[in-house]
Design a protein. Structure first.
Length: 382
């Protein structure tokens, strides 16, 4: 088999280098681990750049200067509207349908109305325009659908609010406090990009067939939904609720691990010593818990973290603090993963564009383990 590569099997593609990328580095430039977006450490970006600046960095290659940011902001705000057809569809989809499924449908519908729908899939400039529009529209789609399913009047986008504050205002009907806006913006920044995770890989595989950007993002939304990936932030909240009190944490974790269950919001395929995003977001959780005057969930989260680390040596990942953060903002649990998606779209799109700029069809191999060669029997003899 040597020469075919079939002797090298990596279940889950663990450790396999499938791409080169200039977008994110999760090894850290010095090899010591960590997360960098286009050469900037996440710790240096956190709290210093907005989601808009981060999306610009990913889509355009560097942080914007004031003029570039103002222009980018103007384009995003101009793209916040969604087609009436999508709004009509929101009213027809039953209210119980998970917002992540509605978001997947939304991206597909948005494709039909995109002014660049007929552009060649490899048209770099058209892809950047599509990516910018989707970044604005996905937030609107999540917020509008939320209002529609609850039977509430729609809240129009506000040009005086940034991406983070505008989304929260469109969902709740009121502009967030500054602490809440900052924390939400930070969570979007931290969710924007993460190298070749499952959903980004899925987007790149789709793009590699020379399919279009929207199709790649539809694939990514579907991939993010699963609880081992983006869906973990919703599951992490359920862990907190089920534990219910700091005193229950030790026994609950023991029992769950004895049943061989996974504790959602813990562990990572690459970060074995801790997810840098989780440490940053934990600080925002504490600040927000203080602002809303309810530290119960912080007090429950602490012993759970301690027990999972003690019993299984697994540190929390980004989805662990984000669940609490979104709870403090009064957001419904099933919005947590769509929020992850509406942030990650900039990272996905950057990868799709990078893939299409230097494309090679992704077509790995599978090692065959089925029955040996056999003869087809006539139907009467089977
Ligand atoms: N709870 C309990 N045990 C775990 C967990 C967990 N969360 N994660 C890993 N393990 C165990 C696993 O069962 C295995 O144990 P053993 O050696 O006894 O069989 C060992 O740790 C190694 O696990 P693995 O399957 O090799 O790890 P992986 O690299 O495939 O898993 C993971 C990565 C993220 C799928 C996993 O840690 C997990 O299922 N975590 C819970 C879901 C989650 O929080 N996902 C979010 C990931 S990060 C952000 C994102 O993508 O949204």
């Amino acid at each position: 088999m040597s020469g075919t590569g079939l002797d090298e099997y990596h279940p889950g593609l663990e450790g396999v280098i499938a791409n080169e990328t200039a977008i994110a580095n999760i090894e850290g430039t010095d090899g010591a681990g960590g997360l960098e977006y286009r050469g900037y450490r996440i710790e240096d970006l956190a709290g210093r750049v907005s989601y808009e600046e981060t999306a610009f960095l990913l889509l355009h290659g560097d942080l914007p200067n004031p003029g570039q940011l103002a222009e980018f902001d103007r384009r995003l705000k101009a793209a916040r509207a969604i087609p009436d057809a999508l709004l009509t569809l929101f009213k027809q989809i039953p209210p119980h349908v998970h917002p992540m499924d509605v978001l997947r449908t939304s991206v597909s519908v948005l494709a039909h109305f995109d002014p660049d729908v007929d552009a060649a899939p490899t048209d770099h400039a058209a892809n950047v325009r599509k990516a910018e529009r989707l970044t604005a529209q996905m937030a609107t789609a999540v917020a509008y659908r939320e209002r529609v399913r609850k039977g509430l009047p729609l809240v129009a986008p506000r040009d005086d609010l940034d991406h983070a504050a505008n989304f929260l205002s469109m969902v709740s009907g009121k502009a967030p406090s500054e602490t809440m806006r900052e924390a939400f913006d930070l969570s979007l920044v931290l969710y924007t990009e993460h190298e070749l995770n499952a959903s980004t890989f899925s987007a790149r595989v789709t793009a590699s067939t020379l399919s279009d950007l929207h199709s790649a993002i539809v694939a990514a939304v579907g991939t993010l939904k699963g609880p081992l990936h983006g869906g973990a932030n919703e599951e992490a909240w359920k862990v907190l609720e089920q534990v219910g009190s700091p005193d229950n944490a030790e026994q609950w974790i023991k029992d769950a691990l004895a049943r061989k269950e996974r504790i959602m919001g813990f562990g990572h395929r690459v970060y074995k010593h801790g997810d840098p995003r989780a440490a940053i977001l934990k600080r925002s959780c504490a600040a927000l818990a203080k602002e809303v005057g309810d530290d119960r969930w912080e007090r429950i989260a602490e012993p759970i973290e301690r027990e999972v680390t003690a019993q299984k040596h697994l540190p929390p990942n980004v989805d662990w603090p984000s669940a609490r953060l979104y709870h403090y903002m009064g957001l419904d649990i099933d919005l947590y993963t769509p929020i992850f998606a509406m942030a990650r779209v900039a990272g996905w799109a950057a990868h799709v564009i990078e893939q299409l700029d230097h494309n090679r069809l992704m077509r790995p191999r599978a090692r065959y383990i089925g029955p040996p060669l056999r003869e087809v029997q006539p139907i009467g003899k089977r």
